[in-house]
Design a protein around this ligand. Structure first.
Ligand SMILES: *Cc1c(COP(=O)(O)O)cnc(C)c1O
Length: 386
């Protein structure tokens, strides 16, 4: 069968009709996602750089320079003067790169084969993908009563095959920050690579600290920390896909380098080959546009919404799972199962919440598109369903 060309207007109208099936962030019904609508300025920048390919950086020297600047700005936010790394597709790819660096480093300098990684039970599922791809064995460390990794359990799990210890700064389900300083000490004393997954918290914790919040140390100010993941496409408001992987030393990129003979540079350390320059540039533009001041204001607003929501939930009679540290609230009805309540919320008014597994609870992520008005309506509905 041969297809004739279709007029643009027909294609556009077909796509608009199909797109109408998608949910929109602006409706305020998406309550369990860690993504949000990208900032309009970032979208404007993004399309200007759609053709620049950082897989072949010799051809796009300007874009590569912007990627380096972006990594350095994020590095400074994470307390390191000279940072190495890349803007990649997201937290998953960033975590894969971190573990690949850890594995290759341990293979090169300690001769470890069939390595193990120690992760908390609360770790994002991307570590399972990484372990599967790289033939690493996952050793899960227990959580304490507050759902944070228990450092004692990490210490006990160390073996002569351990290639990395992982801690989370802003867990996916509850937004909690692991005791990174204790993990860093353990990693440092045992000469083991330590990765911090701050995919969620990375664009929030440093800015909240500037606004007066007190968090325990989680970044490169701790000598044991080797790499950190941060996702600009979450609270950073960058367009998808934008994740960041920041390394303390260039060596970690070198141990992953693969020869890339036909390109303008002779080696490549990233997982993907051809890759977007636009993500780096959009992230850079937003970092300049907001400044740390602007990002602090955004982060504070999310925390205010979090407190507002949490306090009112408690007034109605719902039980909070744990005191929120970042912009996630997990809660339960005193008797009703979380899945049932989630379904009732959907049926009543189209709310799309997510259900956390550890522990089982309704989980609301207070992202930038969720406003006070949305929350007020949600609380009204939760009261009705109580
Ligand atoms: C979101 C998240 C990830 C995964 O990031 P993607 O961008 O979805 O690949 C990994 N770790 C944590 C802690 C996250 O919150």
């Amino acid at each position: 069968m041969k297809d004739l060309p279709t007029p643009k207007e027909d294609i556009l109208s077909e796509l608009a009709q199909i797109q109408s099936k998608d949910l929109k962030y602006s409706d305020g019904k998406i309550l369990g996602s860690m993504c949000t609508e990208a900032h309009p300025f970032a979208k404007e920048i993004y399309i200007k750089f759609l053709d620049s390919n950082l897989g072949d950086p010799g051809l796009f020297k300007g874009t590569r320079e912007i990627e380096e600047k972006t990594i350095n700005i994020i590095g400074k936010l994470l307390s390191i003067d000279k940072a190495y790394g890349n803007i990649v597709t997201g937290g998953t790819e960033a975590n894969i790169m971190a573990l690949r660096a850890a594995r290759n480093h341990a293979r090169k300098y300690k001769g470890i084969k069939n390595g193990e990684i120690i992760i908390p039970e609360s770790a994002h599922f991307s570590f399972k993908k990484a372990a599967d791809m790289m033939n690493l064995k996952i050793v899960e460390s227990e959580l304490d009563d507050n759902y944070k990794i228990n450092p004692k359990s990490v210490q006990d799990n160390i073996s002569d095959k351990t290639v990395s210890i992982v801690g989370i700064a802003g867990t996916t389900e509850l937004g909690l920050i692991d005791p990174i300083e204790e993990l860093s000490n353990i990693a440092f004393e045992n000469n083991i690579y330590m990765h911090v997954d701050a995919a969620f918290g990375g664009f929030s914790i440093p800015f909240l600290e500037m606004a007066g919040y007190n968090f325990p140390k989680f970044d490169f100010s701790l000598p044991g920390v080797s790499s950190i993941t941060v996702d600009p496409h979450k609270m950073g408001l960058a367009p998808i896909p934008a994740g960041g992987i920041i390394f303390r030393k260039k060596e970690y990129l070198k141990v992953m380098a693969i020869d890339s003979p036909y390109l303008t540079v002779k080696t490549q350390s990233t997982v993907v080959g051809t890759r977007l320059g636009a993500s780096s540039v959009a992230t850079y533009a937003l970092l300049k546009y907001f400044g740390s001041d602007g990002y602090s204001k955004l982060a504070l607003k999310l925390m205010n919404n979090t407190k507002f929501f949490k306090n009112n939930l408690e007034k109605i009679g719902y039980n909070i799972v744990v005191e929120p540290e970042l912009n996630i609230v997990a809660f339960n009805h005193p008797t009703k199962d979380a899945d049932i309540l989630a379904k009732e919320l959907k049926d009543l008014n189209g709310w799309i919440v997510s259900v956390a597994s550890c522990p089982k609870a309704i989980r609301i992520v207070l992202m930038n598109h969720v406003t006070k008005q949305h929350l007020t309506q949600l609380l009204k509905d939760l009261k009705e369903l109580f």
